[in-house]
Design a protein around this ligand. Structure first.
Ligand code: FAD
Length: 338
């Protein structure tokens, strides 16, 4: 069969899928996006856009409202290590705000949308079909537990340690120009200002999260109106490969380490550029190496931090060591922010 409904079918209308759609439209490809949820879509997320990811988004014409943050601070027991980004601020942006901005831009760029959940994928040498659409290529950006990934036979397993994330919003005036990561024995609480009087708190841990693990933070948030909790996990997803014929994986669907370094959206947006380069060159296999290149620093730094902070003894040392070695802390923050 040689006729197509579109050049590219994007499964998943999150940041990875919509950035892919925008890159594809820039190359003149026709795009259909399949997303089951009505916008604006929310998700468990720390909501911090790193400077590198933010500049990729603005280059795509997406400039969502939010709160600038100057860097990252690690906090515990009245100790604080903080480092500024060298290349301008990041931005705390509510997921619903980000989704609305991405969706508006994608629609303005003539993408077609179908409201459906993909459950099966068929492909042959010339094309791929899902949700009743036949396209030359399919990019799956359907998240951590990707259905498309499974449907095309790409294996994935939850890695160790098994960690989960839960986020809530608290209506209090933002008190810091930094994303604060509060460390306790049992988990980390990641505080991102997203509006002048609203902060998001994402707790990452192996078990059921509890704000009482972070007494200083709990005091600050006492009495504040709080939004519903949203959770997801296990966070670490080890994915065997990212390309199966004409199907390519982007964002969390392509594999994920941990939310501790707050990079997932930026990485998804960078992978979107790489996947469209590979498709435009008719060289899908080249995407595997490009994915490894784009995600390398994040994977090794995040993995190293998660493993180093797993044993209680080294975990207690994370913040003190960060305060004692400002250049090393600044270096790590800027690698992840770039
Ligand atoms: C607690 C926590 C804190 C985090 N903090 C940050 C942070 O501060 N900064 C940061 O950059 N990243 C953070 N992340 C990571 C970030 O949320 C993800 O990396 C990012 O959302 C990945 O985008 P995506 O488009 O790949 O997937 P998603 O955002 O998950 O989007 C997937 C989309 O696919 C759709 N979908 C699912 N199944 C199907 C199907 N079968 N058919 C069609 N559509 C489907 C979903 O409805 C959804 O809209 C955090 C993650 C967690 C869990």
């Amino acid at each position: 069969m040689t006729s197509y409904d579109a050049d590219l079918l994007v499964v998943g209308g999150g940041p990875g899928g919509l950035a892919t759609a925008l890159h594809a439209r820039r190359r003149g490809l026709s795009v259909v996006v399949v997303e089951p949820r009505d916008g604006p879509v929310d998700k468990a997320c720390g909501e911090g856009l790193m400077p590198g990811g933010l500049s990729e988004l603005t280059a795509l014409g997406v400039d969502p409202a939010g709160m600038p943050f100057r860097g990252i601070a690690y906090v515990s027991d009245r100790r604080r290590a903080q480092a500024r980004f060298r290349n301008g601020p990041g931005r705390g942006v509510r997921r619903t705000t980000l989704h609305a901005a991405l969706e508006a831009r994608a629609k303005q760029q003539d993408t077609e949308w179908i409201r459906a959940r993909v459950t099966a994928v068929e492909q042959d040498a010339g094309g791929v079909t899902a949700a009743g659409v036949r396209a030359k290529w399919l990019v799956a950006a359907d998240g951590l537990h990707s259905t498309v990934r499974r449907a095309v036979g790409i294996t994935a397993r939850a890695g160790t340690p098994r960690r989960y994330g839960v986020r809530r919003h608290f209506r209090v005036p933002a008190w810091s120009e930094f994303v604060e990561v509060h460390w306790s024995r049992w988990g980390e609480a990641y505080v991102t200002p997203v509006e002048p009087d609203l902060v998001g708190v994402a707790i990452l841990s192996r078990g059921r999260p509890d704000l009482a693990w972070f007494p200083e933070l709990e005091r600050r948030l006492a009495g504040a109106d709080r939004g519903p909790a949203r959770g997801c996990g296990p966070l670490r997803q080890v994915v065997s490969r990212r390309v199966a014929g004409r199907v390519l994986l982007v964002g969390d669907a392509a594999g994920y380490e941990d939310a501790l370094t707050g990079e997932g959206i930026s990485l998804a947006v960078k992978q979107a550029a790489a996947v469209i380069d590979a498709i435009a060159a008719d060289a899908p296999a080249s995407y595997e190496a490009a994915w490894h290149r784009v995600t390398r620093d994040y994977r090794w730094l995040t993995r190293a931090l998660v493993l180093a902070s797993a044993p209680p003894l080294t975990r207690r040392a994370v913040v003190p060591v960060s305060t004692l070695l400002p250049p090393a802390f600044r270096w790590g923050v800027n690698i992840l922010g770039s």
